[in-house]
Design a protein around this ligand. Structure first.
Ligand SMILES: CC(C)(COP(=O)(O)OP(=O)(O)OC[C@H]1O[C@@H](n2cnc3c(N)ncnc32)[C@H](O)[C@@H]1OP(=O)(O)O)[C@@H](O)C(=O)NCCC(=O)NCCS
Length: 152
């Protein structure tokens, strides 16, 4: 099935169910425990959804402007339907978030990913992020992660 993307809009809390239904399939591994409902309930005004023509989910970005670190923004999750990958939607979602973060006075955007997620590392580098080597125990014992940062 080909999904045509019609638009990118701000997320609403009710988007959670459609997102939760696809993330494990889109990532190819179980990632839903890292995206509980609270992210859509409390950060939907800094998150975006891309829709196909029938209103189906084509992609999403869950981000936030740090309430604790002045000038810092963070992208927690970005996902694009396998049907529309490599078509520029991930770049478009990031562009919308960069614009929002700049408007809120941010000077840096951060994100993290698993060292096994080579696609994510390649994607972030293309989007201008610097990637760290895997940080041992970043999220607790045995949970090494790559960290990204990009100035705005
Ligand atoms: C990572 C992901 C969001 C990329 O979305 P996308 O819409 O396919 O990306 P785009 O088409 O906008 O690509 C943007 C740039 O990244 C590059 N890129 C994207 N995926 C890539 C890959 N797998 N390998 C190498 N480069 C890649 C593109 O070549 C493009 O470069 P360019 O614009 O300079 O030509 C998508 O593959 C995905 O949803 N993956 C599963 C979920 C995931 O791992 N999310 C990230 C961790 S939270």
């Amino acid at each position: 099935m080909t999904v045509i993307v019609t638009g990118v809009r701000f997320a609403v809390p009710g988007d959670y169910d459609a997102i939760a239904a696809v993330v494990d399939e889109w990532w190819g591994r179980p990632v839903l425990p890292s995206l509980p409902r609270l992210f859509l309930d409390h950060f939907h005004r800094t998150s975006f959804v891309a829709e196909g023509p029938g209103g189906g989910l084509a992609g999403f970005l869950v981000g936030l402007v740090s309430p604790s670190l002045p000038g810092e923004a963070y992208i927690h999750f970005v996902g694009v339907s396998p049907d529309v990958r490599a078509g520029g939607l991930g770049r478009r979602l990031y562009g919308r978030f960069f614009e929002l973060a700049r408007d809120r006075g941010c000077h840096v955007v951060r994100a993290i990913t698993s060292p096994v997620n080579e696609a994510s590392i390649a994607f972030h580098r293309r989007l201008g992020f610097t990637a760290s080597p895997p940080v041992p125990g970043y999220n607790g014992p045995g949970n090494d992660l790559v960290t990204f940062s990009r100035p705005l």
